[in-house]
Write a protein that binds this ligand. Structure first.
Ligand SMILES: *Cc1c(COP(=O)(O)O)cnc(C)c1O
Length: 420
């Protein structure tokens, strides 16, 4: 099936007389005929359902859909994008380990990596998105367990050279994990270029309607854990009667471990109703992504031609620094544009307050056009000297172009620019 079809049909195939739409199974638990049978599920937790802290039929339907779209072996949804990133890292990193991350990543992820994981004894080594492979390799330490980057960074809009980072990671026998939130699997298939695991905030384009906060981890099944130094996957897990994930689950070792061990212990699983809403958004993802790209390119061209705009970043523009990488890795540059207006921060605030159609929200990738000032919001906790590394300046505006008619969006942007 092609993506448009997968969006509608993957993950749930009703049988004769069953509901057409994936049902909301709003139940914490599942009934068994005998104590022996329910006991046996604890020996083989992937056999059937027992408790909705780590698996639920509604959530599993959307997990299967996302896995198929991304081209992965399996997926696990989480209660937020942040939870997905956290679990993806600590599934293979423990106190005393380090990992490498590109510095142009989401502000919340910068906080998680720089402070919270550090308190847990895990060190993050930052490298620039544009670093040559020699510099990436030089950043490795003997305890480095993975490499992390964002396929299309929020809000820096840098495009990750996936093949470069995959090559560096694989030469050291560690996986490349990418945050593929902005492109979604519709615009970027990171596993085709060597990424091993992806995470997403499903709160963004995947849901699309600003209805639920959620995340997902997808495993390509391609990484050979037995080649590297990953005892938590390749040696007995004492918390699961000595199971060896690579022996029992083969290619799915990483993602099964994440569910059986981390989801069991942390319990950051989404509610069935949230998964139902996510699935509804996913059904139109492919068709929506096309229009976001179309609308954003027109708005970007309009902004680029305005004398009130001093700089603009949108990888879909031919003049953009990342245009050729975008052509290689993305089917479209998504709906997010960043730009700076003449007059710095105060002019940026004036522009944003003057918008009539677009709303000021702490959200992005919505069906409705919205704007945000990263330096005072999503990146507020990032120290000022670290802002440029994250691709943020004081006057930067992030515009998330929605699916309104393009004439209405441009008219709104134009009248707000005129107010500066
Ligand atoms: C929003 C976002 C996150 C965090 O996701 P939440 O669902 O808000 O927890 C992670 N990465 C990127 C790229 C994001 O845009």
């Amino acid at each position: 099936m092609k993506d448009e079809t997968k969006c509608l049909h993957s993950g749930y195939t009703p049988g004769n007389t069953e509901p057409r739409v994936v049902p909301i199974v709003q139940s914490t638990t599942y009934v068994y005929d005998s104590a022996e049978e329910i006991g046996s599920v604890f020996d083989e937790p992937t056999k059937s359902l027992i408790y909705s802290r780590f698996a639920n039929p509604t959530v599993m339907a959307v997990e299967a859909k996302i896995a198929e779209l991304e081209g992965g072996i399996a997926a696990m949804c989480t209660s937020s994008g942040q939870a997905a990133t956290l679990l993806a890292i600590i599934n293979i990193c423990k106190a005393g380990d380090s990992f490498i991350s590109v510095s142009q990543i989401y502000g919340g992820t910068i906080n998680l990596f720089s402070y919270t994981l550090k308190r847990m004894g895990i060190e993050c080594i930052f490298v620039d998105n544009d670093a040559p492979i020699s510099e990436i390799l030089a950043a490795f330490k003997p305890n480095t367990r993975l490499v992390f980057g964002e396929t299309l960074a929020n809000p820096a809009l840098t495009v990750l050279d996936i093949e470069k980072f995959a090559k560096a990671a694989h030469s050291k026998n560690v996986p490349l994990i990418v945050d593929n939130t902005f492109p979604t699997p519709v615009l970027c298939k990171p596993f085709d270029f060597g990424a091993d695991i992806s995470v997403h905030s499903t709160s963004k384009y995947m849901d699309g309607h600003a209805l639920q906060v959620g995340g997902v981890i997808v495993d390509s099944g391609n990484f050979d854990w037995t080649k590297g130094d990953f005892p938590e996957i390749t040696q007995p897990d004492a918390s699961y009667h000595g199971i060896i994930y690579t022996d029992v689950y083969g290619k799915a070792a990483y993602i099964v471990k994440a569910r059986m061990q981390l989801m069991r212990d942390f319990g950051v699983y989404p509610a069935a109703h949230s998964a139902f809403l996510l699935n509804l958004g996913m059904e139109t993802l492919s068709i929506r992504m096309e229009r976001y790209c179309e609308n954003a390119l027109q708005v970007a061209n309009f902004l680029a031609s305005s004398d009130k705009v001093v700089s603009i970043r949108y990888p879909g523009l031919i003049s953009d620094k990342y245009h050729s990488l975008a052509n290689k890795y993305l089917k479209g540059a998504s709906g997010v544009i960043t730009f700076e207006v003449k007059g710095g921060k105060s002019a940026a605030v004036k522009f944003m307050d003057s918008l009539k159609l677009a709303s000021n929200v702490i959200h992005v990738a919505d069906i409705r056009t919205c704007v945000l000032h990263p330096a005072t919001t999503t990146h507020r906790q990032v120290p000022e000297d670290k802002l440029p590394a994250a691709g943020v300046t004081a006057g930067l505006i992030r515009l998330s172009v929605g699916l309104e008619h393009i004439d209405d969006i441009i008219e709104d942007v134009k009248q707000a620019l005129d107010k500066i």
